[in-house]
Design a protein around this ligand. Structure first.
Ligand code: HEM
Length: 327
């Protein structure tokens, strides 16, 4: 009987190459829960400890890190581009809408530890995604599993961040900007609810308090006693760096109070108040205000969706050694 050994060998070799290539591909970035389980088992613990340590001395890092993940993902995907500093200062994090971003030091700290324990394995984009989740948990939000395996990108440009959702934009514009990224009106409501923790600078209140839609007057939808309070904190011509809680009365707890505030017309940010201006977003605000458990669960689902935006794999990205610099 004739056996085609050469043919079998060729098929075997081709098969091995395919298996090898796909293995190589999966090592170079593929989103899944527990991506670092074998590659760097301490990865998630190291990030969690770095965030917890920072939070213990400065609770404000929780909202800072949560915001950082959104701002990383919404421009060119979750690729760590928000962390880059360039010699000419023309990097993404210098864009207008990124003003006030903080928490970079916590990411750098976690990265330094990971580089000493598992050099060249854990991406900066993943550290940001994990740190955001850990921040939610530290402020008493619900734990959700973070998919990992993102690679870090090769570019960071101020010009790519010129079209961020703005705090003074109407609901339609916010919906369109989210939808352009594959995020629904439900995601818009859930993710905006991240404003249940943290603060804004008066810088972002100017239009709402002084020149709403070019009228030269404050936003008429703000409940009058609350308007007086806001104007007291952020007077016209005052210091734009003064910060105020966005979820008035509950800014340190990850809860549904922000939805109550929106309904009571005591939301701080104009973009949060605007969620009442469309029947779909309004219905979600009303629903989540009375369904805290659903909110806690669904927030995690929308965060996972956010974390999938523009994830880099293969030759399109790498693992940075230092998060603020390209290798
Ligand atoms: C609708 C789109 C959004 C707009 C217009 C918006 C706008 C803003 C503004 C103006 C601030 C104040 C920044 C400062 O003064 O430092 C802020 C803070 C914050 N944002 Fe958003 N945001 C949006 C969506 C999101 C999303 C999707 C997340 C996260 C999932 C998020 C998380 C946060 C957090 C946690 C803070 C507090 C930061 C701190 O305390 O330092 N935001 N946002």
């Amino acid at each position: 009987m004739f056996v085609d050994l050469t043919g079998n060998m060729t098929r075997l070799t081709v098969l091995s190459v395919i298996v090898l290539l796909s293995l190589l591909h999966s090592c170079r970035g593929q989103l899944k829960i527990g991506f670092y389980k074998n590659r760097c088992p301490v990865a998630e613990d190291v990030v969690r400890s770095a965030v917890a340590r920072a939070f213990a001395s400065e609770p404000d890092v929780a909202p800072q890190l949560l915001r950082l993940h959104f701002h990383d993902c919404i421009v060119d995907g979750c690729d760590g581009s928000i962390l880059i500093n360039l010699p000419d200062g023309q990097q993404e994090n210098k864009a207008f809408g990124h003003q006030g971003l903080r928490g970079f030091n916590v990411i750098d700290e976690a990265k330094a530890q990971l580089e000493s324990q598992c050099p060249g394995v854990v991406s900066c984009a993943d550290i940001v995604a994990l740190a955001a989740r850990d921040s939610v948990v530290l402020t008493k939000g619900l734990f959700y599993k973070v998919e990992t395996g993102r690679l870090d990108g090769f570019s960071s440009s101020i010009s790519h961040a010129s079209n961020l959702p703005g705090e003074d934009e109407p609901i339609r514009a916010l919906q369109n900007k989210f939808s352009a990224k594959g995020l629904s009106s439900k995601d818009l409501v859930l993710l905006s609810a991240a404003h249940t923790i943290g603060t804004t600078a008066c810088f972002f209140m100017g239009v709402r308090l002084n020149n709403f839609q070019g009228t030269g007057r404050p936003d008429p939808s703000i409940a009058p006693p609350f308007l007086a309070k806001l104007q007291g904190i952020c007077p016209s011509g005052g210091d734009v760096n003064v910060r105020l809680a966005m979820d008035d009365g509950s800014e340190n707890a990850f809860d549904t109070r922000n939805f109550d505030n929106i309904l009571a017309r005591t939301a701080v940010l104009q973009s949060d108040a605007a969620l009442l201006n469309h029947p779909t977003t309004r219905a979600f605000v009303e629903f989540y205000a009375r369904s805290p458990d659903a909110f806690r669960k669904d927030f995690g689902i929308s965060m996972v969706k956010l974390g999938r935006l523009g994830v880099l794999t293969g030759a399109n990205g790498n693992i940075r050694k230092v998060c603020s610099m390209f290798n």
